[in-house]
Write a protein that binds this ligand. Structure first.
Ligand code: SAH
Length: 455
């Protein structure tokens, strides 16, 4: 039997709401007798007329129909579709207010976790649009034509588009050109219901400084008819292209990239530059998507570490080596750890590419390698971590406690796991005074930050 939901509102009811807050995922928040309702397209200070779309035991959802009182922070949206697809869920909020929202978000999680850490104003961009150096775009059949676009939020319904607002415009141009080529060659798009068709996704990366462009065509099977013609057309119609890669993803799941790939034409890697160093990036390796702000973020990490030239630095979660190699000239030695094999190869290659001889990279899980190093009696002065959204493993933090570096620099892309991990570091005797949010993902709700911990 269904338990009866006791809520102060009913589904499909339309009424006025006064918005008092913005949720971590960018929805307006209102409360009726402590019952929160999350309202789409509504900002703090606004009064909106909204229809209730969902009523749960603990909270509900509503959709704005009309804004009765507007926030001074509301700006005209570029295109509704950027909100519908989740590309730019904060596009209706003025940029300075977005930066404040991100600072406040970190403050909120710290407060909940009872961490007394000062959160600095978010470092933003002068132009918060067209910043992404990477695109991952689905290709589907729409009205009988291969079509690129983005999925509507929480669905696999394709919204056709070729202007993605937060991506490098040259990437958008390449995607539009590729769509035209695919149509002319009648390359069959993937059908995910029947698991048939050829082309599933297009991934594009462009070097911010190098202007090199890598196209990755993700296909369901190895077969790609008319590959030769396809490459010839790409070369003539997208002149910046320096690599065309075929990635094969035979799975039925949602993973975009498969494990195997081959170079159809050009170089196997994309070259780019960060803080004056050259980096070669394999298609499967992680690389920060906002090159301008990445330099701000890394420089901040270098600055807070206050390096003297004598340190041994561990760069856990090192990716293609970007942070460790940027620190190398300021320290005695860098030891990186990374779990993706291609990324470790890239990191070693990138050290050589830049003539860096004091950095080495180990393949493995940070938590396992750290425990081994600790057992071997490794001495380290600084540990830099830059983990994925799920944060650090507890055993990693314990191992760091035993290695006992003087400083830990924590780069985080998720304030919730950052707060959890800072509490665990507290148990190991490490505390932080302040956190610096850096806006790596303008127009979205994502929050990146740098925190220095000392013993
Ligand atoms: N510091 C790099 C990469 C950060 S992204 C940069 O800024 O570019 C996080 C990286 O951690 C990814 O490369 C991912 O493959 C790696 N990773 C994820 N889980 C890991 C683990 N348990 N141990 C080591 N590396 C891990």
């Amino acid at each position: 039997m269904k338990t009866k939901i006791e809520a102060p509102i009913e589904k499909n009811e339309q009424r006025q709401f006064e918005i008092t807050d913005l949720s971590y995922d960018g929805l307006g928040v209102t409360k009726i007798d402590h019952y929160p309702i999350f309202v789409s397209d509504a900002l703090p200070g606004e009064i909106v007329e909204a229809v209730v779309t969902k009523v749960g035991q603990k909270y509900g959802f509503a959709k704005t129909k009309k804004i009765l009182k507007k926030s001074a922070d509301r700006v005209t949206v570029e295109n509704r579709q950027y909100t519908q697809t989740g590309i730019a869920p904060l596009q209706h909020l003025a940029y300075p207010a977005q930066l404040q929202f991100k600072q406040k978000q970190v403050e909120n999680v710290f407060q909940k976790a009872q961490l007394a850490i000062n959160v600095l104003p978010t470092l933003g961009m002068s132009d918060p649009t067209h910043y992404r150096n990477k695109a991952q775009i689905p290709v589907r059949n729409l009205n009988g034509q291969a079509t690129v676009g983005f999925f509507r939020k929480r669905s696999h319904q394709l919204v056709p588009m070729t202007d993605f607002f937060i991506q490098d415009p040259e990437i958008d141009k390449a995607i539009a050109a590729l769509q035209s080529i695919i149509r002319r060659l009648a390359i069959e798009p993937y059908d995910e219901i029947r698991h048939t068709g050829v082309l599933r996704n297009i991934m594009v990366r462009r070097g911010y400084y190098s202007h090199e462009l890598m196209l990755v065509l993700v296909t369901r099977s190895t077969k790609l008819a008319s590959a030769k013609t396809l490459i010839a057309m790409i070369q003539s119609e997208i002149p910046e292209v320096t690599s065309v890669i075929q990635n094969i993803n035979p799975s039925k799941g949602n993973a975009i990239l498969g494990k195997t790939q081959k170079v159809l034409w050009g170089k196997p890697v994309l070259r780019d530059e960060l803080l004056g160093l050259q980096f070669d990036i394999s298609p499967l390796s992680f690389y920060q998507v906002n090159p301008q702000q990445t330099q701000v973020l890394y420089q901040k990490a270098i600055d807070v570490a206050d390096l003297q030239g004598t340190e041994t630095v561990i760069d856990a979660y090192s990716g293609i080596g970007t942070i460790g190699l940027s620190m190398a000239k300021h320290v005695k030695a860098v030891k990186g750890i990374e779990v993706v094999e291609d990324a470790v190869k890239d990191a070693r290659h990138n050290a050589k590419l830049n003539g860096i001889t004091n950095a080495e990279f180990t393949l493995g899980k940070a938590e396992t390698v750290m425990l081994t190093w600790q057992a071997e009696g490794l001495q380290a002065d600084v540990v830099v971590v830059d983990p994925p959204r799920k944060g650090l493993a507890p055993e990693f933090i314990e191992a760091v406690g035993k290695v006992a570096p003087e400083k830990v620099v924590y780069i985080s892309c998720n304030p919730a796991t950052l707060a959890r991990d800072l509490t665990l570091f507290g148990a190991q005797g490490y505390t932080a005074k302040e956190t610096q949010p850096v806006d790596m993902f303008p127009m979205t709700t994502h929050v990146e930050s740098v925190t220095l911990l000392t013993k």
